[in-house]
Design a protein around this ligand. Structure first.
Ligand code: UDP
Length: 381
């Protein structure tokens, strides 16, 4: 009888779930692999509503979320609760995505239990330990513990090679976020995912998301004030901002932007509705990582309100612009989009460097080779 290999996915945040979803579904179609999913509960409120849309039922569900807890308390709960899941599941491989606390804790526990780790979205770096914080620190440590590294781009592969990761253990696959955005956008053509907003007319709109920990405090106040000035100066545009539930950002944003007529603060959206909004936006203003990868596939320009990005491929390609967090630079980038039509078109037409929509099938094929044949690479997919 053939052995069925157990692959345990561990994730805790909304973007992790969205990005592992196509791999999980691919593995479900492979008879020799049984995927299991552990949801840590790190972003319980944000993640749970997406399970139904993504047609995923977790096998294990932890409860690490507490209101107002520190990063250390979160990490402590993960280290207390995760080991039992590993013991119960007895996986042959542990699959983690990105750079969250859930991913790092899973990597440390897998390592302690002598289990091989497959890291999806490997090799992203700013080499600035304070930005993004704590993600840059987490992902550097995850790479140190990982056996199989699935890089979205050539540049991320080169980062790992510079860190002396074994070449044969790195696969460049594209980012699964592009698989998701392309498949979901296709659906938005036949299903109506529009949302009703209290907007009058059909003004073009900017879509905004802000949530990064390192933006909290003075940078967030500067960003929000820049947006307020811009929204006041451009009454012919609307501004739609789904609020991240993190109170540290949402309270400040409500306080600074809540009264402006053409700014709409709304609750977080289900993924298909959010994709619909991204596809129809004039442009996106964001500090999100995943949105930088997704929007270029929808030909929507992205202004990144951060001082650094680990997705520099998008800057080079021309679909992203790094505006920083100062008022002058943000207003410059936003006004340029409207005032310079050639610049806007160039951004719209820049190719998406983060993937071609087939990352998940490549990753699944490599995982099958790793698990089933136990071959040492290189092999051909
Ligand atoms: N997203 C969503 N609904 C929303 C806002 C974002 O489904 O209201 C999706 C978005 O398309 C992307 C992911 O959430 O796939 C990005 O999450 P976030 O910005 O919180 O995290 P990051 O990517 O910065 O880690």
């Amino acid at each position: 009888m053939r052995k069925v290999h157990k692959a345990l996915f561990c994730c805790g945040s909304r973007p992790e779930l969205i990005k592992i979803s196509p791999i999980y579904h691919h593995l479900k179609t492979i008879a020799e692999i049984a995927p299991f999913l552990c949801i840590t509960g790190q972003q319980k409120d944000l993640l749970t509503p997406h399970l139904e849309n993504l047609e995923i039922t977790p096998d294990f569900q932890l409860d690490v979320m507490r209101k107002g807890q520190s990063l250390d308390q979160l990490m402590e709960r993960l280290f207390v609760q995760l080991p039992d899941i590993f013991d119960e599941c007895q996986p042959d491989i542990v699959i983690i995505q990105g750079d969250t606390a859930s991913a790092l804790a899973s990597a440390v526990i897998a390592h302690k239990k002598n289990l091989p780790i497959a890291h999806i979205e490997a090799g992203l770096r700013t080499y600035d330990k304070s930005s993004p914080f704590p993600e840059e620190i987490y992902r550097q440590n995850i790479s140190a513990l990982t056996k199989w590294h699935f890089c979205p781009t050539e540049m991320t592969r080169e980062n790992l090679l510079r860190e002396n990761v074994t070449e044969d253990h790195i696969f460049v696959t594209g980012n699964t976020s592009v698989d998701m955005i392309l498949a979901t956008y296709q659906k938005t053509k036949s299903i109506d995912y529009s949302i009703s907003l209290p907007r009058k007319g059909t003004n073009p709109y900017f879509l905004i998301t802000l949530h990064r920990r390192e933006s909290q405090g003075a940078p967030l106040i500067r960003i929000a004030n820049s947006l307020l000035d811009f929204a006041k100066s451009r009454p012919e545009f609307d501004f739609i901002l789904p609020l991240h539930p993190n109170p540290a950002t949402s309270h400040m944003i409500k306080h600074l932007l809540g009264a402006q007529k053409n700014i709409y603060l709304i609750t977080p959206l289900p993924y298909p509705q959010f994709v619909h909004l991204m596809a129809n936006a004039f442009a996106i203003i964001t500090d999100s990582g995943g949105i930088q990868e997704e929007a270029p596939s929808l030909n929507t320009p992205v202004i990144v309100v951060r001082n650094t990005t680990e997705r520099t491929e998008g800057i080079e390609s021309g679909c992203l612009r790094l505006a920083g967090t100062s008022k002058d630079s943000i207003l410059y980038e936003l006004n340029l989009l409207i005032d310079d039509k050639t610049h806007y078109k160039k951004m719209q037409q820049a190719p998406n460097p983060f993937g071609d929509g087939r990352a998940a099938s490549r990753i699944a094929a490599h995982l099958k080779n790793i698990l089933e044949r136990n071959l040492e690479p290189p092999w051909k997919i």
